[in-house]
Design a protein around this ligand. Structure first.
Ligand code: G1P
Length: 292
């Protein structure tokens, strides 16, 4: 029996330097994609996959993330008194059950591997998910749910993957690909963080969705700095290969990197065009802009 994935880690300590000055005083995870902040997209995706415990790895200036998932009694009372039922429901949808949200800090920005390691005591000795809220996935079935379904069959470690242009391999963790089976599952022979295009073993890149076994912490405990001088999650994952099942999964959907201006704008447009209340008007506006 595979142990159910109950916990998810959300590394949210980053500075958001690619979207300054928007992120000078607010965390990048609070930027909206349509009407929900990026972090809520990630938390909602985790909830849809059955996650019950939400572990945020934060840093200075991120307390608004705690407030967002809290109950805002004043706001709720005001909306109720004014009979703004739809608005009240939207606010209530952002609340998390009492005692399900946990915080730890990454005091020094030493890299993604270090951020995940900071959550080790909260995760304990069980498999867990990691969601990077910069990455938003537009899909029929939420990406992490697709992954937990595959996990139910295969167990072990699973990362969601997608093809990228060879010129961009130095922006991602890249797979050395083994056998591919039906359903978009690929065996992983090796993993390398941000290789230059000429050194990349493939163009299959990791997106910010992981299911990991707790043994990852054994490697993170002793991990030294890798690509970019940071402690990389990819380097510790690479050490698990051969000791545990490790698969890449070609998720069904489109991933947007919302930590980047182009990805952020494109994600907003894509979500708007999927929203039946506003799609038609947005489409007309975009068309008009393109004709100018
Ligand atoms: C991180 C990971 C990288 C992964 C990427 C997905 O990189 O280190 O392996 O491909 O997220 O978004 P970052 O974007 O934090 O530099």
């Amino acid at each position: 029996m595979k142990q159910r994935i109950r916990k998810a880690v959300f590394p949210v300590a980053g500075l958001g330097t690619r979207i300054l000055p928007a992120t000078k005083a607010i965390p990048k995870e609070m930027l909206p994609c349509l009407d929900k902040p990026l972090i809520q997209h990630a938390v909602d995706e985790a909830r849809a996959a059955g996650i019950e415990q939400f572990i945020f790895v934060t840093s200075k200036g991120k307390t608004v993330l705690e407030d967002h998932f809290d109950i805002n009694q004043d706001l709720n009372k005001t909306l109720e008194a004014k009979s703004k039922h739809k608005a009240l429901q939207l606010v209530k949808d952002s609340e998390l059950p009492a005692g399900s949200l946990f915080f730890t800090r990454q005091a020094v920005p030493l890299g993604l591997g270090h951020a995940v390691w900071c959550a080790r005591h909260l995760v304990g000795n069980e498999p867990f998910a990691v969601l990077l809220p910069d990455d938003i996935v537009l899909s029929e079935t939420p990406c992490l749910k697709q992954m937990t379904d595959v996990y139910g069959e295969l167990g072990g470690n699973i990362v969601s993957v997608m093809e990228v242009p060879r010129s961009q391999t130095n922006k991602y963790g890249i797979l050395d690909v083994g056998k591919e089976s039906q359903g978009g599952v690929v065996e992983i022979k090796g993993l390398i963080e941000k290789p230059e295009p000429e050194k990349a073993p493939s163009c299959l890149s990791i997106i910010g969705r992981y299911i990991l076994q707790p043994e990852i912490f054994t490697h993170l405990n002793t991990q030294s700095a890798g690509s970019g001088g940071e402690i990389q999650l990819t380097d510790s994952m690479a050490k698990l290969i051969g000791t545990q099942p490790f698969h890449g999964f070609r998720f069904k959907g489109t991933r947007y990197d919302c930590g980047d201006r182009i990805g952020f704008i494109t994600a907003n447009l894509a979500f708007a065009l999927r929203d039946e209340k506003i799609a038609e008007e947005v489409r007309a506006n975009v068309k008009e802009l393109l004709e100018i």
